[in-house]
Design a protein around this ligand. Structure first.
Ligand code: GUN
Length: 296
């Protein structure tokens, strides 16, 4: 029987713990989302994030900017939130309009308020496995947590140690930081993307396939069989619109042929939002010199 990794349940569990911890704080964490322009998909994602925050007691501010705002003005706005002690988490929803460069905007966000975990200092701290508290990118953090439910820790040893994992997709938000995080867990990672020549050869020996490409049907029966493994786990972080449905990268035909899989919708998506609220709480604690909360 295939294990269906229930992202909604995992997310509920985290939200409950975050809510409890926020109730014990003297003041409430406050989170600001900045959206530039009116990309309809971004609006839905932003509303989901804000709703999840409010449900656990995080105060929210939603800033909607015209798509013709300049990069300098956007950076100036972020600087204001950096300097205000009453804002603990800042997120600039992506994608940005073409005339605004991503890098200067991300670098403008104070690393301790960067709840997306995309600032180079946070990515660097992840890479060197820093002991200084820092913020992790939400989707990769959530995916590692979901994998922990299938491959539990043995004492202090990660269940992912010695696993071979094929990561398909090299985005800044998912694939790249995820590969580093998995290596930090002791896994061997094959980094691929939708352009990889002979993907089937690259996934050979993989215990786990993680796909985040938006190419519908990329993870099909042939690809799973090409691992040569009896028990393959698939994490589907893809998202695409097919008619009026949201679908992932995994072909439906593989669902009864794998060891475990994350459904779309109801898999990686809700867990990502849960890890965002977890990051907002962590950001608050870093800024107030409080102990970093632990979760189970
Ligand atoms: N757009 C789609 N996913 C994300 C995300 O995780 N963070 C940001 N900032 N923008 C996104």
């Amino acid at each position: 029987m295939t294990i269906l990794i229930d992202g909604k349940k995992i997310a509920r569990d985290i939200r409950r713990q975050v809510k409890q911890k926020i109730q014990q704080l003297e003041t409430k964490p406050r989170f600001v989302v900045v959206q530039v322009g009116e990309n309809p998909a971004s609006t839905i994602y932003v509303q989901n994030k804000l709703k999840a925050c409010r449900r656990v007691g995080i105060e929210t501010v939603n800033v909607n900017l015209d798509s013709d705002i300049t990069e300098d003005d956007l950076r100036g706005l972020i600087e204001g939130f950096n300097n205000s002690k009453s804002y603990h988490g800042i997120l600039v929803q992506l994608p940005l309009p073409e005339h605004i460069r991503l890098e200067p905007v991300i670098e403008e966000i104070h690393p301790n308020k960067d709840v997306d975990g995309l600032h180079p200092l946070n990515v660097g701290r992840l890479t060197v496995r820093s002991q200084i508290p820092y913020l992790h990118p939400c989707t990769p953090f959530g995916i590692v947590h979901m994998l922990d439910t299938v491959y539990p820790k043995k004492g202090s040893v990660s269940g992912l140690q010695r696993k071979k994992i094929a990561v398909i997709g090299q985005s800044l938000i998912v694939g790249r930081p995820l590969a580093i995080m998995l290596q930090n867990e002791g896994a061997t990672v094959a980094m691929c993307d939708k352009f990889t020549r002979n993907l089937e050869q690259e996934v050979r020996g993989a215990d786990i396939i993680i796909s985040a490409t938006g190419v519908v049907g990329l993870v099909n029966e042939e690809l799973v069989a090409a691992t040569g493994k009896e028990e393959v786990t698939v994490i589907d972080a893809g998202i695409a619109r097919l008619g009026d449905k949201i679908v992932g990268d995994a072909d439906l035909e593989i669902y009864d042929k794998v060891h475990a899989i994350t459904p779309v919708p109801g898999g990686v998506g809700p867990v990502t939002v849960a890890f965002l609220i977890r990051n907002i709480l962590k950001a608050y604690c870093i800024q107030h010199n409080l102990p970093i909360p632990t979760f189970h």
